[in-house]
Ligand binder design. Structure first.
Ligand code: HEC
Ligand code: HEC
Length: 281
């Protein structure tokens, strides 16, 4: 069995013929220098030496779109989320702004440390779970769909306030068991193709899989505007697509498994910088 799927993967993957400009530097708006390569965190010893942003693997054209906010199609959705931020919704007559004022201050640094253990909830949560908690329990409003547009756009607004900050999620203390669950999922083979996340994103990054240049599958760029579906995509949406590509059945967006996986994948990016909303193909 093991030999069969490795042969399958070998048939799918090939060395990259036209390398993207892997030496390119990501500077946003001409002044924000983003670290796109960093030494791997100690917990990755034996797995990766260096962690690399997905931006590095994209074509020159796609890279360029992320280097200027006027060209980045994801920024339109951030503007839209800013309107939602200021709009009253739900039975309590409140908007996000009623309690959190200006996101540039109240949301700064949040994206760099999430998912994290939330003591009041006694669980590890991603940003969407916090947003829905506020909507349901503090605003008396309907929760948003985890991988829906409103959530992706609000997460992009929150993420933007941490752009250029170093990813630093905690993997110890009360978060440790969730982190370990996420790690286990990362190395489990799923689907008819029997492939794990690691088979593609750890063992084959830099290679081509069909027409796609494989990255390390980092999430420091999320939410990501994809040219393919012309909208912002959440982390769990991307995970879902990757599991489907193995012809497997994905976990539920917003559920415990994908949240644990998100914490683990985020921790593989510790040392990189938050760059969302990013642009991908
Ligand atoms: C009635 C007040 C109130 C409203 C309205 C509200 N929140 Fe909150 N929010 C809170 C409180 C209180 C916390 C918990 C703060 C803490 O524990 O540090 C919180 C926490 C959060 C967090 C986690 C912050 C952190 O430091 O980890 C996010 C993200 C968030 N809210 C987003 C939103 C968004 C987006 C909206 C609008 C859709 C919203 N909130 C509406 C009161 C509110
Ligand atoms: C069959 C190979 C394959 C497997 C298995 C796979 N992926 Fe992917 N993944 C891809 C391809 C191809 C892309 C698009 C190009 C790229 O960014 O690597 C991608 C993209 C991603 C991205 C977006 C990266 C970025 O910077 O935009 C993330 C995150 C990701 N994958 C996570 C995962 C996780 C988590 C798993 C395991 C549940 C997984 N992938 C399994 C092939 C795979």
């Amino acid at each position: 069995m093991k030999r069969l799927h490795m042969a399958l993967l070998a048939a799918l993957v090939s060395a990259s013929p036209v390398l993207a400009d892997e030496e390119a530097e990501l500077v946003i708006n001409g002044d924000l220098h983003i670290v796109t390569r960093a030494p791997a965190a100690p917990h990755l010893e034996g797995h990766l030496d260096e962690v690399i942003s997905g931006w590095v693997f994209r074509s020159d054209e796609t890279q360029a779109l992320q280097m200027d906010d006027f060209d980045n199609p994801g920024m339109v959705f951030v503007d839209r989320a800013m309107e939602v931020w200021n709009t009253v919704d739900g039975s309590e007559g409140k908007s996000c702004a009623s309690c959190h004022n200006d996101p540039a201050e109240s949301m700064k640094g949040i994206r760099a440390v999430y998912p994290k253990w939330v003591e009041s909830a006694k669980e590890v949560r991603g940003i969407p779970a916090q947003v829905n908690d506020c909507r349901e329990n503090r605003m008396g409003a309907k929760p948003w769909k985890y991988e829906g547009n409103e959530m992706a756009e609000m997460e992009a607004l929150i993420t933007l306030q941490s752009r250029g900050m170093t990813v630093d999620v905690a993997i110890d203390g009360p978060a440790q068991s969730t982190w370990e669950r996420g790690k286990e999922i990362y190395y489990t083979r799923y689907g008819q193709l029997e492939l794990s996340c690691a088979n593609c994103h750890e063992n084959n990054f830099g290679n081509m899989i069909r027409a796609d240049h494989l990255s390390q599958g980092q999430i420091n760029g999320f939410p990501a505007y994809r040219l393919k579906n012309t909208k912002l995509n959440t982390v769990h949406d991307r995970f879902k697509g990757c599991v489907r590509d193995t012809r497997g059945v994905p976990f539920k967006p917003g559920g415990a498994e994908f949240t644990a996986l998100e914490l683990y994948v985020a921790s593989r990016g510790n040392g990189l910088m938050i760059e969302g909303p990013s642009v991908r193909n």
